[in-house]
Design a protein around this ligand. Structure first.
Ligand SMILES: [Zn+2]
Length: 246
């Protein structure tokens, strides 16, 4: 790390405002702040850039990620980066470092494109491995367990409402109660004690009419969290690349 005297604790992070069904959301949480500081440290160590340079890259990337996915700022970095298809800073820094060292090798046997392509695959495998072993973003991981399928074939436009469903952070009473924006977590429509994203999307009888077209689409059966990846990315037995599908 280039700048030892720089105090990370003095950083003030602002991901930009947002609101929660008309109410302002709480500021950055201690956990998110810790994640942010850890990412800065990891990227600085792996890339050997100065902390200021890393701060610029990571801050811009994280803000862009939250904006691209239209996610609430309470969404974990893991889930936001996953949905945006953005690699973690430390993995990206390592990939850039490997590419540079291979391109600088005077005896290299492969072209630039071949080296970059191979390193992209290694990066994707590393991201996939980290996603499957992750802890935060549990709901997103439950419905979208396969990072490689998501990265290659995710929907082009993640709307504000789709992102709420995919993260569980939005107008669900369970979440609002956690954020101290609702007196309890119960569903307003059926009084189920926990109005989570799962309850609203898959179970609540109030939303049955809206669920009907999807139910018919999957063969006249109830949809489950296990259907989400297939519905959004297509069936797993269809090749990702268009050339392979021809
Ligand atoms: Zn309900």
């Amino acid at each position: 790390m280039g700048d030892d005297t720089w105090d990370l604790k003095k950083m003030q992070v602002n991901y930009g405002g947002g609101n929660l069904c008309g109410e302002s959301v709480p500021g950055i949480t201690k956990i998110k702040y810790k994640e942010f500081v850890n990412e800065i440290k990891e990227v600085a160590i792996t890339s050997q850039l100065t902390t200021h340079a890393v701060l610029g890259v990571v801050t811009t990337k994280r803000i862009a990620t939250l904006r691209v996915t239209r996610a609430y700022r309470t969404v974990s970095a893991e889930a936001a980066l996953f949905l945006a298809g953005t690699p973690q800073g430390d993995l990206l820094a390592l990939e850039r470092k490997r590419v540079k060292s291979k391109l600088d090798d005077p005896d290299r046997a492969y072209s630039k494109d071949e080296i970059r392509g191979a390193e992209r695959d290694i990066l994707l495998a590393a991201r996939s491995n980290r996603w499957s072993r992750g802890v935060r973003g549990a709901w997103t991981r439950t419905i979208l367990p396969d990072l490689i399928r998501w990265t290659k074939r995710c929907p082009k436009d993640l709307t504000f409402h789709v992102t709420q469903a995919l993260t569980g952070h939005g107008c669900f009473r369970y979440y609002l109660h956690r954020m101290k924006r609702a007196p309890d977590a119960a569903c307003l429509y059926c009084q189920h004690p926990e109005d989570t994203a799962e309850h609203t999307i898959f179970d609540c009888v109030h939303w049955d009419p809206l669920r009907l077209p999807v139910k018919m689409f999957v063969g006249n059966r109830n949809i489950t969290p296990g259907d989400v990846q297939d519905l959004l990315c297509g069936p797993s037995d269809v090749p990702s690349s268009e050339n392979d599908r021809l």
